[in-house]
Design a protein around this ligand. Structure first.
Ligand code: NAD
Length: 483
């Protein structure tokens, strides 16, 4: 079995025990192993980060940009190999994983250029004579980044690129299920010349290291992507310590299909948004709201699309959807489907687990469409995070907007229509951080501000120039240069 060391203090280390990483396409034998750090190793990671920060802050934006853009080039060079490892630990298809590696490179390049070549701070008028005043952004210190398994490379890149570009040091805690992708990112940055200690990766068993990870007094900010259960607990704990917290949490994203829409395009786009990456994108469409006049025709077109999405081994040509990321995730998704059926939903496609041949050894769930769903059903409200789509029929745009907003979450929503008025009303009134018109709910680029409303997020957005607000603080400096 391949053993992959982790990066602490500029060294690749394996201080003690190891922890196995499974391949969700075949659970028979573990795929890799990574170090299971002990609490004392985590504290050492913070020691290094503290020293790394002092050095990295002085490196300046142009020097930092050189490292980030070099790391971006390395990720692109290595993308094909990295993609195989992402597939192996996560289960998404090779094309999805390769796209992820390239997008991670885009994050590093974008923030390198933005911070390195862009302006930094603002000159302000000052009433005092011979006085030049500026507001300048400076880094915070040591940032803790905690990331989930669904986009195991992009999510760390989305956080570390702006954090490091702004001059912070970081401790990354990747998901236990998918540590290797984050280690590829760390390797690219290390090989590109990132000074020792600026990035440290803490792998291991969450319960064992959580106290040392979360309790360290040197944490200046915490950026977290993951479940609401964990996110809410972290938000509360860090608020009492006056530590800045960014949370990207759950979603229950809806696509609305109005009667005047191009139905074939809507069906194709919704199917891609729902079943791409086995529905394990935070922005995946998991609810469809369709106007009654076209409900039957749209459902038929959608089911035709779904019938063409073949579950299969993620490295195999022609596979439309790979396994879910773990047996726990598969069982949870199956539980949601069974619960929906018990409450009266009708299975229009899928609803079960493929058991033939190789697929019997993996964590597969067939792409599932559920009809006859009502606002009272749990499947309408609870995040499933799998290849499951719930359909609800409404009678007007007003009802459709109300149905979209009838959720604790507010991450992404889409509307399919040819009516400009309806499109603008939807964009104004849907209570989500990302709104798409005649497009998929996922698919946001590195320079698009990204983040959810309500229980999906926190006041701090990710991506684009917005992300730098989270990773910097503002200092106002007045300099009198007269005699
Ligand atoms: P999770 O909350 O179980 O875990 C996320 C991370 O937190 C993992 O690294 C995990 O090891 C760590 N963690 C959990 N408990 C911890 C503790 N006590 N101390 C320290 N670290 C701890 O989430 P998950 O199952 O990995 O990911 C799926 C969730 O992520 C879904 O709810 C999904 O919606 C959400 N997500 C949101 C976005 C977004 O941008 N809004 C993006 C992707 C995923």
């Amino acid at each position: 079995m391949r053993s992959v060391e982790t990066l602490v203090g500029g060294e690749w280390v394996a201080p003690g025990e190891w922890i196995d990483v499974q391949n969700p396409a075949d659970l028979r034998t573990p795929a890799f192993r990574v170090p299971a750090l002990a609490p004392a190793d985590v504290t050492r990671a913070y020691d290094h980060a503290e020293r790394g920060f002092a050095r990295w802050k002085r490196t300046g934006p142009l020097g930092r940009a050189t490292v980030l853009t070099r790391a971006a080039a390395l990720l692109r060079e290595r993308a094909a190999d990295i993609a195989v490892d992402i597939v192996t630990e996560n289960g998404k298809t090779w094309a999805e994983a390769h796209g992820e590696a390239l997008k991670a490179a885009d994050f590093l390049e974008y923030y390198g250029l933005l911070v390195g070549r862009g302006g930094y701070g603002t000159l302000l008028n000052d009433a005092r004579p011979d006085t030049r005043t500026s507001a300048q952004q400076e880094p915070l210190g040591v940032v803790l980044a905690i990331t989930p398994w669904n986009d195991p490379l992009i999510t760390p890149a989305r956080k570390l690129a702006p954090a490091l570009a702004a001059g912070n040091a970081a401790v990354l805690k990747p998901a236990t299920e998918t540590p290797l992708s984050g280690l590829h990112l760390a390797r690219a940055l290390h090989d590109a010349g990132l000074p020792a200690g600026v990035l440290n990766v803490v792998t291991g068993r969450t319960a064992q290291i959580s106290e040392a990870l979360l309790g360290d007094e040197r944490i200046a900010a915490v950026t977290f992507t993951g479940s609401n259960t964990v996110g809410d607990a972290l938000r509360t704990a860090f608020a009492t310590r006056n530590i800045r917290f960014q949370g990207e949490l759950g979603g229950k994203n809806a696509s609305v299909v109005l009667a005047d829409a191009d139905l074939a395009k809507a069906a194709r786009t919704v199917a891609a948004a729902s079943f791409g990456q086995a529905g394990q994108r935070c922005t995946a469409t998991s609810r469809v709201v369709v106007e009654r006049a076209v409900a039957e025709e749209f459902t038929r077109l959608l089911l035709d699309e779904v019938a063409g999405i073949r579950p299969g081994p993620p490295l195999e040509e022609g596979t439309g959807v790979g396994p879910l990321s773990s047996a726990r995730q598969r069982d949870s998704v199956v539980g949601h489907i069974e619960g929906a059926v018990k409450q009266g939903a009708k299975v229009l496609a899928g609803g079960d687990v493929p058991t033939a041949g190789e697929l019997a050894h993996g964590c597969y769930v067939n792409p599932t469409v559920l009809g006859d769903v009502t606002a009272e059903h749990a499947i309408w409200r609870e995040e499933v995070f799998g290849p499951v789509l719930a359909l609800r029929v409404v009678d007007s745009l007003d009802e459709a907007i109300a149905a979209v907003n009838d959720s604790d979450f507010g991450l992404a929503a889409a509307v399919f229509t040819r009516d400009l008025h309806a499109a603008h009303r939807f964009a104004d009134e849907a209570e989500c951080g990302q709104i798409a018109v005649n497009l998929t709910t996922p698919g946001w680029d590195v320079h698009h501000p990204f983040g959810g409303f309500h229980d999906s997020g926190s006041p701090f957005k990710e991506q684009g120039t917005e992300a730098l607000h989270f990773y910097t603080r503002v200092k106002t400096v007045a300099i009198h240069f007269g005699g």
